[in-house]
Design a protein around this ligand. Structure first.
Ligand code: SAH
Ligand code: SF4
Length: 352
């Protein structure tokens, strides 16, 4: 049995043709899958019963199952979902004044093992399918209050999006397709730890926003905290960013998690201003979010402010990201997809 939600629009057109059906069938089915969010084939009521029966022989509509939701005091909502094979992933809904951002996971776990990241510490299970990526959006929509609408989608949850390149590209297709979820390219952001070939391909294949987790200013430090730097060192990464095609008003977001006494000196800040010269970018300084067993500490507010000032004086746009959802371990890098240990410490009505 195949999951119908694993097909993009062009793929459904091909499938319908192979089944000897007229092209309008692809439109109809696609509309039911992503727009009307049908959860079973029989819910597609304006599709002839005979055709539904035929579909049901080889296909089903699968999604992800929400196991529980946690709301942070700042409004951030994290939800834990179960995949068909028993893997668990998390997605986060982040409300801000003028937007409602959904942060999706692209893999169960992550193979890149960054030392400051809880997802990295939990190892890698597998890539998410298109049905699961879309399932995160559908699950989030199902939890919205009346009148609420997701305005932005960031691929910044568990996993490395560019290590699941094929499905991420197909997901972007469905996200931005007017007959799919209908988001503008400008409201989608892919965050990567710096897979250089993937960055180059993405620049050609899609027109979404790119965020890069730089997190250090020398190869020595970066390789220590992000082992992927040994494969794609900073020269290559910076080169890929310099040649990344930026359409319209787009710029690249440079993410920089401040780790006390590791990458937060003023010398680092100065080096960063030099490194990023010639790249149209804005810099997001992210306070480190500690988790049980983490080997790092958050930089002091004074240090973070001084670091930011060097960048501002260097002419960069600098934002200090607030740790939204930190109290429910929903902030950046805190997603892990396992709640047993955490849930056991909580009151039953809070626990999953
Ligand atoms: N794999 C991708 C996207 C997921 S990680 C990437 O690395 O970009 C999303 C962001 O969370 C990255 O910028 C990462 O540097 C940051 N991050 C990871 N662990 C963190 C932590 N403990 N505190 C703060 N930010 C963290
Ligand atoms: Fe993976 Fe990103 Fe975490 Fe690194 S920071 S381990 S790439 S999820």
């Amino acid at each position: 049995m195949k999951n119908l939600r694993d097909f993009t629009h062009p793929e459904l057109v091909g499938l319908m043709a192979a089944m000897g059906e007229k092209p309008y069938r692809a439109e109809q089915v696609y509309n039911w899958l992503f727009h009307r969010r049908a959860d079973r084939i029989d819910a597609m009521t304006d599709i002839a019963k005979s055709f539904r029966e035929r579909l049901k022989k080889d296909f089903y509509i699968g999604g992800i199952k929400i196991l529980g939701v946690k709301k942070s005091s700042d409004g951030t909502g994290k939800f834990l979902s179960l995949l068909e094979d028993g893997s668990k992933i998390e997605s986060v809904l982040i409300p801000e004044t003028d937007r409602l951002t959904l942060c999706v996971s692209t893999q169960a776990g992550c193979a890149l093992g960054c030392r400051f990241c809880m997802t990295g510490a939990s190892g890698f299970t597998r890539d998410l399918t298109l049905a699961e990526l879309a399932g995160e959006v559908i699950a989030a929509i199902s939890m919205l209050d009346e009148g609420e609408r997701i305005t932005n989608v960031v691929l910044m949850g568990m996993g490395e999006p560019l290590a699941n390149y094929g499905n991420v590209l197909r997901f972007i297709n469905v996200l931005t397709d007017g007959k799919g979820f209908g988001f503008s390219h400008n409201r989608i952001t892919v965050s990567t730890a710096g897979l250089v070939p993937g960055i180059r391909r993405l620049g050609i294949d899609a027109n979404v926003n790119l965020a890069v987790s730089l997190n250090a200013t020398t190869d020595g430090t970066r390789s220590r905290i992000m082992p992927i730097n040994r494969k794609y060192p900073m020269d290559d990464l910076i080169g890929a960013l310099k040649s990344y095609p930026l359409h319209g008003k787009k710029n690249i977001t440079i993410e920089y998690v401040l780790l006390k006494d590791v990458n937060d000196t003023l010398e680092d800040a100065r080096r960063l201003t030099r490194l990023l010269k010639g790249i149209r970018c804005k810099i997001n300084l992210i306070p480190f979010n500690p988790f049980p067993g983490a080997a790092y500490e958050r930089s002091s507010d004074e240090r973070a402010a001084a670091f930011g000032k060097v960048l501002l004086d260097g002419g960069y746009n600098v934002f200090t990201r607030q740790s939204k959802g930190a109290d429910i371990l929903a902030a950046c890098g805190q997603l892990r997809g396992r709640y047993e240990e955490e849930a056991s410490k909580e009151k039953p009505d809070d626990a999953f």
